[in-house]
Design a protein around this ligand. Structure first.
Ligand code: 164
Ligand code: MG
Length: 326
């Protein structure tokens, strides 16, 4: 059910938050925050996304603000550190932002970098975490199947928990999964789930061992819970690089999933140089508490987007609202 447009627009704030270091090609994260009857919520599709994709993020924002969250089965969520495609020398300072995490997700296959850069970064993460740390890598679909096979061989000595979206298509994922099966390295699907018209296609095709569940692109907490019931694969709840308000939506999903076998990618408030609350959801002892977040009026003012950008987001919300079922 979609609330009236005026009701949504009434409480919106658009913020523009600097990142500590460049991540997925951006230095600043814009987000729109809204307050519904059940609390604060976030609408923050990346700016380049077209309306049909962004509408799922709005459905999620509405779900979290205008419905009671499903019952929680746990109130603390173990999270991973997220390591952008930085130089190996910068790894220790990045990991230090994610206090107590035993797992790290490392970005690889960044445009303009080489496999040697990836190997050096992953080696630095292994050196910092020690033999018991867990390392997963995320290629964001940048490799073809042969490149993925070569890269996985080069990275395997550092002991990989899984490889996230090594290739772009579901067919390629199925193929690389077969090729590296003998190595015991699972394949996780991210873009193939969150950008697909049918998020379950990847599971049906036998293309992944693990699904990355991002709550906004998948349409909200309740929608992901119903997908989970159908899909039968373990899910790793990860962020869409949200403010702490959006992270709290992901935490409510992670808290409600029937089982949670992996550390979640919800520690990314640590990648923001500023947040919207005085009590940001930053990892402590490797975990985050499941709770709602109320933005601080002072921080909303300090990080308010320009008037132009605010109008852009309001128009975007309106167009996406039109796309949702009345
Ligand atoms: O999974 C994590 O550790 C953090 C989230 C994360 O890596 C991402 C968040 C938002 C956009 C993506 O490019 C990126 C990802 O690909 O998983
Ligand atoms: Mg990913």
């Amino acid at each position: 059910m979609r609330p009236p447009l005026d009701e949504l627009l009434d409480t919106t704030h658009v913020v523009s938050l600097p990142l500590v270091s460049r991540f997925r090609g951006i230095d600043v994260r814009e987000a729109m925050l809204l307050e519904g009857p059940h609390g604060w919520t976030e609408f923050s599709p990346f700016t380049e996304y077209a309306d049909p994709e962004a509408a799922a993020w709005l459905a999620a924002a509405i779900d979290f603000g205008w419905n009671a969250a499903p019952p929680l089965l746990r109130d603390s969520i173990p999270v991973n550190a997220t390591v952008p495609a930085l130089a190996a020398a910068d790894v220790p300072a990045t990991l230090a932002r994610f206090a107590g995490t035993r797992t790290a997700k490392v970005k690889v296959a960044e445009r303009g970098q080489t496999l040697d850069d990836d190997v050096a970064r992953v080696a630095a993460v292994r050196a910092a975490l020690g033999p018991e740390g867990r390392i997963r890598v995320d290629a964001n679909g940048a490799w073809n199947v042969d490149e993925a096979e070569h890269a996985i061989h080069a990275l395997a000595p550092y002991d990989l928990e899984y490889v996230e979206q090594p290739c772009a298509t579901v067919e390629e994922l199925a193929e690389i999964r077969q090729r590296v099966r003998y190595m015991g390295i699972p394949i996780a699907a991210d873009e193939s789930v969150r950008k697909a018209s049918d998020p379950l296609a990847v599971a049906r095709a036998g293309a992944a061992d693990v699904l990355i569940a991002k709550v906004q692109p998948l349409g909200g907490v309740r929608r992901v819970l119903s997908l989970e019931a159908e899909v039968g694969l373990p899910m790793v709840v990860s962020s869409g690089l949200e403010t702490s308000v959006g992270i709290s939506m992901g935490l409510h999903l992670a808290g409600a999933l029937p089982s949670l076998d992996f550390d979640c990618g919800l520690g990314t408030a640590a990648l923001l140089a500023a947040d919207v609350t005085d009590a940001p959801l930053l990892p402590r002892d490797g975990a985050l508490p499941v709770r709602r977040v109320v933005p601080s009026p002072g921080l909303l003012r300090r990080h308010a987007a320009t008037q132009d950008r605010t109008l852009w987001w309001r128009a975007r919300l309106e167009r996406c609202w039109e796309l949702l079922e009345a």
